[in-house]
Structure formats: structure tokens, C-alpha cells
Design a protein around this ligand. Structure first.
Ligand SMILES: [Zn+2]
Length: 114
């Protein structure tokens, strides 16, 4: 089993097993904007240490057997959109529409809602 050397700010270098290290990648639309961190509980002082990592550190840790947690980008963020962004006028139109078309209240009433 691989031994991973990490540095605790209080205790200095410590040796860890892959199962003691946690890698987390919060994906962004652009891969270069993804946030990568690794964390571990220091075996000496028991503090949880979290440090940022670049893609090379993530690659090395995963090749040593550390499991990676990926937090994906919602699919909606990757959709292509056309047209102008929603503006105040669009919101006002929606409010005016809802004032004359109370479909939600009608649906709730027919479903026995409160
Ligand atoms: Zn420590």
C-alpha cells in the first residue's frame, strides 16, 4: 500500500494511508475553474487539514489509491441558451400574467391543498 506524505501546519510531515486522505473536486463549467482540495485528519493532533490541490496532485493521489469525490456541475449549466437574458420587464410581465391567471391556486384547490 502506498504511503502518502502530507504536511500538517502544526505537526509537520505526517505519513498517511490512502484511506485517510479525501480528495474532493467541485467541477466547474470550465475544467480549469474546478476547485480541487484534499483533506485528512492529522494522525498526531487530530485536526482536519484541508488544502487546495492542482490537477497533478489529484492525479498523484488517485493513482496512490485515494478515492475521489466529484461534485458535478448541474446539467442545466452546460446547456446552450439563445436569446437575451431575462430582465426586469420579463419579470414584470410574469407578475402581471400571474395576477390574471391564478393557475397554481386553482390546481391546489382541485387537489385539496390548503
Ligand atoms: Zn497535526
Amino acid at each position: 500500500m502506498a504511503t502518502i506524505k502530507a504536511t500538517c501546519p502544526m505537526c509537520g510531515d505526517v505519513d498517511l494511508a490512502p484511506r485517510q486522505v479525501h480528495v474532493r473536486v467541485v467541477e466547474a463549467i470550465e475544467e480549469c475553474d474546478s476547485r480541487r482540495t484534499y483533506s485528512f485528519d492529522c494522525p498526531v493532533c487530530r485536526d482536519q487539514i484541508t488544502k487546495s490541490a492542482d490537477s497533478e496532485v489529484v492525479r498523484l493521489l488517485t493513482s496512490a489509491g485515494v478515492r475521489i469525490e466529484r461534485v458535478p456541475v448541474p446539467a442545466e449549466a452546460r446547456e446552450s441558451h439563445t436569446g437575451a437574458p431575462i430582465g426586469y420587464d420579463d419579470l414584470l410581465d410574469l407578475v402581471l400574467f400571474l395576477e390574471t391567471h391564478d393557475l397554481l391556486a386553482a390546481d391546489m384547490a382541485s387537489a385539496g391543498g390548503r
